[in-house]
Design a protein around this ligand. Sequence first.
Ligand SMILES: [Zn+2]
Length: 227
Amino acid sequence: MYKNHVIATKNELRTSPFGVRTRNGRKEQHNGWDCVCENRIERTSNIDVIAFADGEVVSTAKDFVMGNYVNIAHAGGFLTCYRHLKDNSIKVKQGDTVKAEQPIGLMGTTGDSSGVHLHFAVKVNSSNISNGSYVDPEPYLTGAKSIGSGTQSAPSNTALKVGDMVRILPTADKYVTGETIPIRLKGATDEIMQLSDTSRNPAIRNADAVLLKHIYSWVKKSDVQKI
Ligand SMILES: [Zn+2]
């Protein structure tokens, strides 16, 4: 039924949609989308949860509500979240680059969960779980909407100019100087202060890069996206 997938069996059966729902007699906002396997015989067996799209693992931990969880940042400020994973099943760690459909852990029922299922959430304008806002994952699963892929490059880089606001792509790796870009800056937004073609240093001038207001090193133009 779905075009894009979050479990390896690719037969997601939605058990709870995004939005307001009644649970234990109380109304609550469900910030994600729940599924099990369509063939419920598979429900209790070891089903791989897979990354929705290319991206970078920004956090993974255990929480009493979310259970074992993985959060993946994607290009364009998208974040996908996978919760209630089985104990000791998480296969990725913070900083790992993942490909679409790569297994990241097993479906489980850890945290505030009443049975084996996957809670999948999508955030926009987000670089980590503490920022951005939750949106309905359903249109991303049906293919009606798409999220940035890790290999996607910024579409309007040739037109970048001083004063533009840009986001550093989650897939950005190194500054022009060769130093590693810290994870906390991936997905961060900042203003362009200078373009490399105005630099007096020939190495910088030829690097096709931008200098941002609060990040004191040159970032490749291909590693930023205008917002
Ligand atoms: Zn849920």
